[in-house]
Unconditional design. Structure first.
Length: 140
């Protein structure tokens, strides 16, 4: 058997195994578990500190749950495109990121806390109005 043939056979076997482990693609977005902390499709997230959703202020969990339900959101800016002007998140195409307010008790305005989501299912938290971000593990 040539090396090329061996590679093709190995690739085919890998495809079969992956198909078996993924349930033949039967998982739907509604039935699939949320992504914990993921890699952006357009850049490296390995340099971010990963924090558990449960370790963030309780209002962050409230916002996460609103995002999962699709709203309704308390502010008209919630769900809008986040431009990443600060350049702290991986450099992705416009429309890749969306921002959501994390309520700040006692604040007269939206406050500084946000969750920014990426199209690949990643969640970033900022408690300082985009000066820094942590990658959120939503399953812990």
């Amino acid at each position: 058997m040539t090396n090329i043939t061996k590679s093709r056979v190995a690739g085919a076997l890998l495809a079969v195994v992956l198909t078996l482990f993924t349930g033949f693609g039967l998982a739907t977005p509604a039935s699939a578990a949320p992504v914990s902390a993921t890699q952006a499709e357009c850049g490296d997230t390995s340099g971010f500190t990963v924090v558990a959703l449960s370790s963030l202020p309780a209002e962050a969990t409230d916002t996460y749950e609103l995002i999962q339900r699709g709203g309704p959101y308390p502010y008209e800016q919630d769900g809008t495109v986040f431009q990443n002007r600060e350049g702290l998140l991986p450099d992705c195409a416009s429309g890749y990121y969306h921002e959501y307010t994390v309520e700040t008790p006692g604040s007269d305005d939206r406050g500084a806390r946000r969750i920014v989501t990426g199209s690949a299912g990643e969640y970033f938290y900022t408690g300082d109005h985009y000066a820094s971000f942590d990658l959120v593990d939503v399953n812990s």
